[in-house]
Design a protein around this ligand. Sequence first.
Ligand SMILES: C[S@@+](CC[C@H](N)C(=O)[O-])C[C@H]1O[C@@H](n2cnc3c(N)ncnc32)[C@H](O)[C@@H]1O
Length: 167
Amino acid sequence: MDEQQQKQWLLEHANEVLKRVGIAPGQVVVDFGCGRGGYALAASRLVGEEGRVYAVDRDLEVLEELRGQLPDDMSNLIMVHVKNITLRLDASSVEWILLFDVLHMVEESDLLLHELARVLKPDGQLCVYPMHLSVETLTDDMQRAGFALAQEHYQGQILVFSPQADA
Ligand SMILES: C[S@@+](CC[C@H](N)C(=O)[O-])C[C@H]1O[C@@H](n2cnc3c(N)ncnc32)[C@H](O)[C@@H]1O
């Protein structure tokens, strides 16, 4: 499979991917750079009525497309349009952050990782699909931001980072 086919496969298996990393009922998830929301929709189904998913993007058009796909009963998915990387979420309020094929597009990625560390609970986790980035570059950036690699899935395509206790 080439890179595009892998991306498509993961998206088509979004439910399985998110379940495998550990997203569970009742949790709060931020999908940063959600695009048309394939992963946000899967996360919304996994966390259920007691959970919440914030689908965040800077592009209003993709958020409108996502709105068009939302089933009426999916009230746990909240779309958030951002102009910068500050999230209007409380500190330590989120169990999971998804960064799927987006980090390479963010110019101020250090600032973003700092903001994500703020909203993540101490036992929260950050799940990354680092398309267009080398794993070494990503791991270095994450370490600088205070995250350590905790899990690898799908031959290292999906990486999960945890906040370092001493960061
Ligand atoms: C390549 S798409 C990936 C979409 C989705 N995560 C997926 O894997 O299917 C990247 C998305 O990130 C969004 N994005 C890029 N930089 C962003 C930023 N600084 N703030 C919010 N969204 C951003 C883009 O608008 C785009 O919708």
